[in-house]
Write a protein that binds this ligand. Structure first.
Ligand code: G
Ligand code: G
Ligand code: MN
Length: 529
């Protein structure tokens, strides 16, 4: 994927990762606010209904007592004893202003006394299922003020209730609408603040209903015992205020969750871009290939072999050098995966190469981890089989560091050589090298590191070291391969001092297998001519 679109994608992912928790937080704030405003409306409505129920209970009790006493005594409805009882009932009933005797639409006597000529109540407006008659707007002119009352009548008796009493609850917010109604009637008995009759419709006679009509959060309740219902409605402004309060708490939490999510996404992306993951996908996507650098016989300059050097072209086109990933791969255990892949690549290329040069050998680099993995011998056997190669067609190059005088490595070299495959010590002189440990290994070749070849013909203090190395190799019966040969002077020097083989830009740089095959074909026709 091109870098730009990967970045765009990462930014988009981050925005989404941030936006989702914030949107969720806002959504949650809306939901929570609505819920809590509904709860508030419901508690107001319930409070009013409880007052209405108590009122209804006091009416029932009061009227019941008057009927009972009158029946027992046989007194007239407006006898002095009855009126005295009415006064006592009105006194002890906290929700009743008065209680009295009604005939037709006239209250003839009440706890206030005898009404000469009767007190006109006006027509009955509502009749409940239980037969209770309700007048909602009875005005009574007193010497104090003109007031409007609700008159609730059972049989021949009626109670007088002040209109504002049921809804006279203390609410902090004056804008909250409160109302009472008689179930079955599309009409409010009392109301404080704006109230809509549609709310009664929306409740559909249920004992309890809460909803938001776009302007108000509404609660409607109905008594299970008495013919009374109550409504409370909180204006949308309170809801919005509540949303802001919740959002103030929840959005920062959402933001934190979003940031955490972004970090997790970034961590996972990083993980995916870690070297082991990249190597695995690289192998799968065939991003690795081999460069072959020729190895010449210094006597004839003939190409007798080639070292396979791994190359990694990433999907974005960049070429990653082995010294950039081999050491890290060695550290995090991916090197064996790479070695296995190199062996597969060699097995694929070898038949063509060997068809042109049956005695050619291909140098394969093993790392120290490979030298400590018993599997390696089995893998090499499989290579010989898959490549249709003889053991003389393979040369193992084991870097000096890998030899670290361990018994396991020594055994492994022994096992490889037992297959008939030659083993070279690579980069000789650059690491931990001592004659005694080299003597303890049975080897075939010594590769003289480029740093020593570079000193040939110079005055460098180390320029004589290469002669010592040559001397040592000879005394150990090791054949020599000089690395990094770039000049004819170096070539001449090496040949004259008995170095058999050389590798370097003077002869050829690492090249794709197609180029190697073409060069081999050319050289053959030159030889044949
Ligand atoms: O030519 P080049 O720059 O690729 O070599 C860099 C280093 O990488 C050399 O030291 C060489 O030994 C090492 N190298 C190249 N290919 C392989 C390989 O397949 N396996 C291991 N272990 N090392 C390799
Ligand atoms: O495995 P080894 O360390 O032998 O790998 C050889 C390394 O040296 C590779 O990176 C290869 O490209 C590099 N190389 C081979 N011949 C020459 C040369 O003549 N000159 C220079 N500068 N590098 C060379
Ligand atoms: Mn090498």
């Amino acid at each position: 994927m091109p870098r730009a679109s990967a970045t765009t994608l990462a930014i988009l992912a981050a925005i989404v990762a941030l936006a989702i928790p914030i949107l969720a937080a806002l959504e949650l704030a809306q939901h929570q606010s609505l819920q809590s405003e509904m709860d508030r409306a419901l508690s107001y409505a319930t409070e009013i209904m409880v007052r209405s129920e108590r009122t209804a209970a006091q009416i029932d009790d009061g009227i019941g007592m008057l009927v009972h006493t009158r029946n027992a005594s046989g007194d007239g409805p407006c006898s002095a004893a009855q009126i005295a009882l009415m006064r006592e009932i009105a006194l002890v009933s906290s929700y009743l202003q008065a209680i009295g005797y009604v005939s037709g639409d006239q209250m003839l006597c009440s706890s206030m006394g005898l009404h000469a000529g009767g007190l006109a109540l006006g027509p009955v407006e509502q009749v409940t299922k239980g037969g209770t008659k309700v007048r909602n707007n009875v005005s009574m002119a007193t010497s104090v003020s003109d007031s409007t009352f609700i008159v609730v009548q059972h049989g021949e008796y009626a109670a007088v209730i002040h209109k504002s009493l049921p809804i006279d609850v203390s609410t902090q917010e004056k804008d909250v609408s409160l109302a009472t109604f008689t179930p079955g009637y599309r009409e409010f008995r009392t109301a404080r603040g704006p109230a809509k009759l549609e709310w009664i419709d929306a409740a559909q006679g249920r004992e309890q209903a809460t909803f938001f009509d776009g302007e108000y959060v509404v609660a409607v309740v109905q008594s299970a015992q008495f013919a009374t219902g109550a409504v409370a409605a909180v204006p949308v402004a309170y809801l919005n205020q509540r949303v802001r309060e919740f959002a103030l708490v929840l959005v920062p939490i959402g933001l934190l969750a979003g940031i955490a999510l972004v970090l997790v996404v970034r961590y996972l992306t990083k993980l995916q871009q870690s070297l082991p993951a990249l190597i695995r996908t690289g192998v799968r996507k065939k991003e690795f290939f081999l460069g072959y650098q020729p190895l010449v016989d210094l006597q004839t300059r003939e190409w007798v072999g080639a070292e396979a050097l791994i190359r990694w072209r990433r999907s974005d086109g960049t070429l990653v050098r082995p010294d950039q990933f081999i050491p890290e791969a060695e550290e995090n255990g991916m090197i064996q995966r790479i070695t296995r892949h190199v062996l597969q690549l060699v097995a694929k290329d070898a038949p063509e190469i060997l068809r042109r040069r049956p005695n050619f050998h291909i140098g394969i680099n093993l790392s120290s981890a490979d030298l400590h993995t018993p599997d390696t011998v089995k893998l090499l056997q499989e290579l010989l089989r898959d490549a249709h190669a003889g053991p003389h067609n393979i040369l193992i190059e084991a870097t000096e560091r890998g030899f670290m005088n361990t018994d396991a490595a020594r055994e492994m070299v022994k096992d490889i050589r037992a297959l008939g495959i030659d083993v070279a010590i690579d980069d000789f002189g650059t690491g931990y090298s001592s004659l005694s440990y080299l003597e303890s290994f049975a080897l075939d070749y010594l590769k003289i590191d480029k740093s020593f070849i570079d000193t040939i013909g110079t005055d460098a203090a180390t320029s004589r070291v290469v002669l010592h190395i040559i001397q040592m190799a000879k005394s150990l019966n090791l054949k020599m391969i000089a690395e990094g040969v770039e000049t004819e002077a170096q070539e001449k020097f090496l040949r004259e001092h008995g170095v058999q083989y050389a590798q370097g830009w003077l002869f050829g740089k690492p090249m794709p297998v197609a180029d190697l095959l073409r060069e081999l074909a050319k050289a053959k026709s030159v030889q044949a001519a």
